[in-house]
Design a protein. Sequence first.
Lengths: 669, 99
Amino acid sequence: MSATTFGWLVLLFPLLGTLVIGFGFRVLPGRTAGWIGTAAIGLAFVASLGALIKLQGNAPAHRELTSSLWNYAVTVGIDAHVSILVDPLSVYMILVVTGISTMIHLYSVSYLEEDRGFARYFAYLNFFVFSMLLLVLAGNFLLLIVGWAFVGAASYLLISFWYRRTTATRAGIKAFVINVVGDVGLVLGTYFIFKHTGTLEFLAVFKAAPHVFHSGEADITAGCLLLLVGAAAKSAQIPLHTWLPDAMEGPTPVSALIHAATMVTAGVYLIARMHTLFELAPAAQDTGAVIGALTLLIAGTIALVQTDIKRVIAYSTMSQIGYMIMGVSVGAYAAGLFHLMTHAFFKALLFMGAGSIIGAMGGEQSLEKMGGFRKALPFTFACFMIGGLALSGIPPFSGFFSKDEILLVTAERGGWHWVLYAMGYLGAFLTAIYTFRMIFRAFYGDPVAEARELEGGHLYHAEVPTNPANGEVEDTDVGFPGPHHTVAERALPMRVAMSVLAVGAVGAGLVQVPGVDDVVVNFLRPTFATSPLYEPHTRDGLLIFGLCLGTVLGLSGIAIAYRIWVREPAIAVRARERFGAVYELLWHKWYFDEAIDLLVVRPAAAAGRFARDTFERVFVDGTLIGGTTGIVRAGSAAVRAVQSGFLRYYAALLLLGVGALGLYFLLQS
Amino acid sequence: MSIAWFLAVSAIVFALGAVGVIIRRNPLVVLLCLELMLNGGNLALIAFSRMWGNGDGQVLALIVMTVAACEVCIGLGMIVAIYRRRLPIDVDELRELQG
């Protein structure tokens, strides 16, 4: 079998899983749906490995393979095939997506065991993975847009999975609407590119682009900026990021999936895939880099004060995706994608750990109520610690290598990129602080009642389940979380999944040690063969300096967190009182929701009301529709008056008419 | 004899019928007056036929008579039906078909 056949298989298995679970959910007993879902994604991972082996068998110049199943709409001026592109970049992405997703499926089998929507959950989850695989394997813009929109729809379904929670449905709608803004950007951007290149196929577009576009030309810049809007919406970059923290309303494994494997990485992939176009539009590249840098800083500061454990992790994702977007925008393609992989490992791990703690807390997510879980949840603690160290960039964990490499390439661009470099390291410092704030508050300190109960061998369950977001009382029927929570210590599938990811979080960084093995750089080279920015001209001094600086900042961040939240918790309270205004700003997430509400939502709603009250009611209903019916009614009233029903009257009219006609012809002749 | 006499008689008969149709309310009389109008037309046809010296007009008159017989059949049938339903025998009262 060729590499492209494996590519089609990668798409086939999750699709089959979706269909089997989606149509068979009534007859699948017990946990079967979960195992089918896990097996489908596992098989897709095996097929991805097959594609990898086959692809590596080709010479580097022949590692961009396309395969078309059928012609979707091929006519004059349009060449829309249902085709996939199997090249090092897409193979890299499907490996990450299927690998991480398999573990998340495995974790979910235990985590949602008692949920009444178990089979529905796995049907959605498989569909989500299928959509993402379609997105990364797409061989042309059309299929890319289809996958892109599917991902948005699947995220809506999963964020609103507990559909009887009003907070969850609202979060789902928010995510969907913001993602549609991104979809529009992607489609319009595609139009700008298609208009000049006249083809939708990726390889043909990239081949033609340098000939039809001049660098910095208006159309290519507009196209790339619009693509960037799409990337920012999917990857939760400022100012289209507000859906991501709200998306924490979904089940915890869904958060892991959105953050690690399937959704927010799509923007990074898009920019890396379109690198040929972005390199022709330096303005778009610079915008992307600035947006990424701003996002990583702003998200880092917000994460410092949030108390919902999942939201803290969500903001850390935003921040890390900010690094990746900045990286792929300044030309650090391999570094950005490498960070994408390492981040997938440790972020999925962190979410799984958070899921375990939330299970131990009986569904409660607030850090304020957690504490001292170190003894009660030893395995979760170990995994969370590994994830936290990797996120903070402590050597030799995976985040250490990838983050510094992005910043190194950024610095190599020189000029104002040094500002981005400094922002990146400031962000790394913040990352260490908020990550360990979370760890210290959840695992250190005096054990709370729930932790003590768990140490005594009993898992706490709330007497009356409530929604952690607003305290509303719930039941445990379908549409709400199930009656039974679980922790990793008590569920083998969860432990297996977390162990595998922990190994990845520790070791994944070693595949790309700068100057030593460079596996990722070498593997991805064929995709970026034409890019002048690809090969890093590593300045060894700067490299060593960056690695040392990253380590020092990470460790000092941890030390500060330790001092504030373990040694002297009073400091945090004093700081909050002292810097009340800053605290308020961060607590309200820089007022982004309020600003968007004021600048976009309210004017749009006001314009809608105005249009309804004046245009719709007065002009359309009153003038157009009322006018037409008025004319018809008046005309018919006049005609109706003639139809009196008097036979003699009709006869007289007939005679008069015939007489008049006769008279007319007599006079004419 | 000039053709004008024939046509004058025909016109008088036709006008009598038309006036009858318009002013009378008994459907039976209206039907009779319609007969008068048709026969006024027939008279004109036959007069013209004689004037031209061929039979075309007479053929046409025979057709009109056939049509008149059919029409009387249906008309009388309707009047009988109206009578059986105890509806008023008055064309002004029978006006359900008003718009």
